[in-house]
Design a protein around this ligand. Structure first.
Ligand code: SF4
Length: 448
């Protein structure tokens, strides 16, 4: 929790000696609270005060990184319980399980499918983040063979790794094969804590702590931190869905509301459901509340895409709708005779229109008119998508240099704008369908 200027003042020497460059200790404290000056400017600050200030400036949930390079996964550093309070910053990682007891062809098939679990949605790339390699055989050789196989598959470089075994010897051998990829070690328990901590420390790797109760989890996390492991991921063990959500919520609440340091780390939740549809429901619940990583077994696009979509929606700033750049978009081989459509710059609206225009195979221009990222009807009701704003877009986007006609197609929902828009812009207005799904037949009918 951030300290106020007054809290910081109480920790200073209060001699007003001015050596820090400020007239009083209080003035200096106010500048520290505003993050405009470093504490080190005061040569007389005590060790105790330094520690208190350093601890107060730490985020309530630590940011933990798994992996390296562009594909690395950063989780944690969240500051609120509810998305409407501010926003959630670091999307939960989605991991797909591969077990070393599966036969080689099935492992290959799963890896091939996992590598394809990347999609484009409303202009953003979304996909799974990790492969969770589980040693279910209990054999070091079998598990390390699996790790080697994954290493050889260059395409999986875009996915981060979780090494799963509670046998420290097996984890040690596996980590030595891929420590450059900064995998997550899963998991330290009450039975293997010292050995797992030693491996994590020696290789500077993040470590998952697993316990069967929150009390035990807190105790193990404190021991790991005292032993020098800084990047922890917390697992409250095997529970039914409601028990797990309760644990995840309590961990988050204690970290944020009580600044309870042993729980100031991201969490991991493994799905336990046997049926696929149950797994999707379970994983969706964990993504919503408040897992940092969710491990699933499903590898089919229809299983994973709903989770990715949910995650994308939850981790979007509710105060900033997803927007596309307001400009002209050319779909297909456009000419100076191609139809011109206008819509708002709300991503979901724009990409829905774009998909339907592409599907129609009628080359078109789409003008995305700036409307603060609102959808068509909302923008119209808020007077952000009006005859005046559309005319401004027409005048400024350069469409007049691209087409030899002056006809614009507006969404059916704002047909009421037609007359005023014709007056304002001098363009002929044609009213399109209300729903984007009506565009293909509408566009094809223009050429008849
Ligand atoms: Fe106070 Fe330290 Fe600044 Fe002196 S140098 S005025 S003791 S804050």
């Amino acid at each position: 929790m951030a300290l106020s200027g007054l809290d910081i003042y109480k920790l200073l020497p209060k001699t007003n000696c001015k050596e820090c460059g400020f007239p009083t200790c209080l003035a200096f404290a106010m500048q520290i609270a505003a993050k405009k000056v470093e504490l080190s400017k005061c040569p007389y600050v005590s060790e105790e005060a330094k520690q208190a200030l350093e601890s107060a400036s730490r985020p309530p949930i630590k940011l933990v990184t798994i992996g390296t390079g562009e594909a690395k996964l950063e989780i944690g550093n969240e500051t609120v319980m509810f998305r409407h309070e501010q926003t959630f910053y670091h999307p939960a990682g989605i991991a797909v399980l591969v077990e070393d007891t599966e036969d080689a062809s099935r492992i290959d098939e799963r890896i091939n499918k996992i590598n394809k679990l990347h999609f484009e949605r409303v202009g953003q790339q979304i996909g799974v983040n990790l492969i969770a390699l589980r040693c279910s055989s209990g054999k070091k050789e079998t598990f390390t063979e699996l790790v080697k196989k994954i290493r050889l598959r260059s395409v999986t470089e875009s996915l981060n790794l979780i090494l799963m075994s509670e046998d420290a010897e097996i984890i040690k051998a596996a980590a030595s094969l891929c420590k450059d990829r900064k995998p997550l070690l899963y998991a330290a328990t009450k039975d293997n804590l010292d050995a797992m901590v030693a491996i994590a420390k020696e290789n500077s790797l993040p470590l998952a702590i697993k316990a069967e109760s929150l009390d035990e989890l807190s105790e193990l996390a404190q021991k790991a931190v005292s032993a020098g492991v800084e990047d922890l991921i917390l697992d409250s063990g095997n529970k039914d869905i409601s028990g797990k959500i309760s644990d995840l919520t309590q961990i988050r609440r204690l970290a944020l509301k009580k600044t309870y340091r042993p729980f100031g780390y991201p969490t991991i939740a493994l799905s336990s459901a046997g049926e696929t549809y149950q797994e999707i429901t379970e994983a969706a619940s964990y993504i919503a509340k408040y897992a940092g990583i969710v491990v699933i077994k499903g590898v089919e696009p229809w299983e994973v895409l709903p989770l990715l979509t949910l995650r994308q929606n939850i981790y979007t700033d509710p105060q900033k709708p997803l927007q596309v750049e307001p400009k002209i978009y050319e779909i297909g081989q456009v000419t100076d005779k191609s139809p011109v459509l206008v819509t708002t710059n709300f991503s979901l609206t724009y990409y829905t229109v774009e998909a339907e225009v592409e599907g129609s195979r009628v080359p078109c221009y789409i003008i995305s008119s700036y409307a603060e990222g609102l959808s068509v009807l909302t923008a119209w009701a808020a007077e952000k998508f009006t005859a005046e704003t559309i005319t401004k877009s027409l005048n400024e986007c350069g469409i007049k240099d691209k087409v030899s006609h002056k006809e614009i197609i507006i969404p059916g929902y704002v047909a009421v704008l037609s007359g005023k828009l014709e007056e304002e812009s001098g363009w002929k207005v044609r009213v399109g369908p209300k729903e984007a799904s009506g565009l293909p037949s509408f566009l094809k009918s223009l050429n008849k």
